[in-house]
Design a binder for this molecule. Sequence first.
Ligand code: HEC
Ligand code: HEC
Length: 306
Amino acid sequence: MKSLQMNDRQKPTIIWGHYLVFRLKVKHVRGWLAIAIAFSIILALITNPAARADEIQDYAQQCDAAIGASATVRDFNCDDGTEVPGQGSVFANDARCDEPNRLNKECDPGSRFQVLTRTEDAYVVAHCRKQGHREGEYQDIAVIQYSRKNGATCFYQGFGKLPARVKAPSKGQSAWPWMSLSGVANIGCGGCHDNGPLIRSPYLNQVKGQNALPGSDDPSFNSNQPYAFVGRNFASWKAFKVEIAGNECNNCHRLGVNNIPVHTFPCSPNNHCGTALDFAERATSADERSEEDQRDAHNSPLIYPS
Ligand code: HEC
Ligand code: HEC
């Protein structure tokens, strides 16, 4: 065949080809360079939390924008909170005490509550449930940030063996194990906190002094104050005020119902959650475990008619 000749003839083409290959190689190198640059940017973003906000940081930013930068949730230490009285000394299924909490209906010694911000404009509170953990650790750390001006409310949550020293949500999930927003939405905070931001349970209402629960000494709290949820993950949450003509339960505060599913806590009765469907029932039922203590704490015969 004339292949040799062909090859000879194609020599320039081969050179041209070499050139092409060279060009290709340059391109290749450029490609790799681009990938390498992109990779190092991503690496920088991952390793430097300040460079890119995670979802908790985004949320904290939106919350601060709505509630006020001065009411940002700062670093805090659960151990600085006031120990909730009346919890007995053991954490056990069958434990009895003067004032079990109303969420888990359990005695939870070592649990602490604190007010991080209490101003004309905002409240920020933190509750640390101990649930048997040792010194310096808690099982359930929850924060509520609330604007008294426009009602904007944010919920932050941690679960598990958590260090008492909590890092601000604005520092993100790499600084402290804040639960994801989908996790928070799944718990459905507003499904129970539905007549206002703070549930003034007899358990928490015992706390006095600088960490007294906002609203604990205000009969008109949770009545006509604004209440709204911040953030895309909570956009579907709705809470409604129950209006029944002549119902005396609404004389001081409202009771709420809501469209927010609560997935991880059993509510009673019939797994209905919230202030009207659960807490109001419980507050007025005779079998509330420490009803007498509550009656004392409330000093309000209307809530617990005998
Ligand atoms: C099943 C009902 C329920 C759900 C769901 C719920 N809470 Fe609560 N929460 C309560 C009750 C009841 C109290 C009052 C304390 C007590 O007696 O346990 C409370 C108290 C609190 C407090 C202390 C201030 C206050 O309101 O008294 C914070 C902070 C808090 N919850 C945060 C959260 C966050 C954040 C979520 C969602 C991740 C959440 N809660 C979901 C029932 C609930
Ligand atoms: C005289 C005013 C007054 C009336 C009337 C009243 N409450 Fe309350 N309620 C309070 C106060 C004050 C608190 C805060 C806790 C406390 O002081 O014990 C509270 C707290 C509550 C809470 C916790 C949610 C929250 O807003 O913090 C529920 C649930 C509740 N009341 C149910 C009822 C029911 C049910 C009735 C009717 C049988 C009723 N209340 C009537 C004053 C009142």
